[in-house]
Ligand binder design. Structure first.
Ligand code: DQA
Length: 149
C-alpha cells in the first residue's frame, strides 16, 4: 500500500534548527527512518517536503489521481493558521493523520497550541520526535486494514 508523507516549511532544517526541540537528526535521517518503518508495516512511503503552502496543497490534491491508502502530514507552522491547508485536507477521500515532532500544546509560544487541521484529520501524533511519525504510520496501517476488511 502506497502512502504520502508530507512535510511542510522548515522541516528540511532538521538537525540544524532548534535541536533542543526538534532533535539532532537531519531531514535525510527522517526520510530514511520513515521508509524503514513504513516497510515494516507493509507500506510504501512517498516522503516529500516543501517550504511552500501551495505545493503542499497540490500534493494533497494528487491523492485524487494517484492511489494511496492515506497521508501523514506535518505542516510545520502552517498547522496553526492555514485554512487553505485545512480545506484541502477536508476535501480528500483518503484519511489524513497529523504529525508533530514536538508537543505543540505544551510549547512556550501559545500560537502553537492550536491546530486548525486537527479536527479534519483522523488523529494527531505529537511530542515524540521521529516516533510520532512511527505511531501515525501504525495508525494509518491499522485504519487502512480495517477499511479493507
Ligand atoms: C512542528 C511544530 C510547529 O509548531 C512548528 O512550526 C514546526 C514543527 C513539529 O513538528 O513539532 O515547524 O510541526
Amino acid at each position: 500500500m502506497r502512502i504520502f508523507v508530507i512535510n511542510g516549511p522548515n522541516l528540511n532544517l532538521l538537525g540544524k534548527r532548534e535541536p533542543d526541540i526538534y532533535g539532532q537528526q537531519t531531514y535525510a535521517d527522517l526520510e530514511a527512518y520513515l521508509r524503514v518503518e513504513a516497510k515494516k508495516l507493509g507500506l510504501s512511503a512517498d516522503v516529500r517536503q516543501s517550504n511552500h503552502e501551495g505545493v503542499l496543497i497540490d500534493w494533497l490534491h494528487e491523492t485524487f489521481s494517484v492511489k494511496v491508502a492515506g497521508v501523514l502530514i506535518n505542516p510545520g507552522a502552517l498547522t496553526h493558521y492555514s485554512y487553505a491547508l485545512r480545506d484541502a485536507i477536508k476535501a480528500l477521500d483518503v484519511p489524513v493523520f497529523e504529525v508533530h515532532l514536538s508537543a505543540i500544546t505544551k510549547r512556550a509560544e501559545s500560537f502553537r497550541h492550536h491546530s486548525v487541521i486537527a479536527d479534519v484529520c483522523v488523529a494527531t501524533f505529537a511530542g515524540k520526535g521521529f516516533v510520532s511519525y512511527q505511531e501515525a504510520l501504525e495508525a494509518l496501517a491499522s485504519y487502512a486494514s480495517t477499511k479493507a476488511s
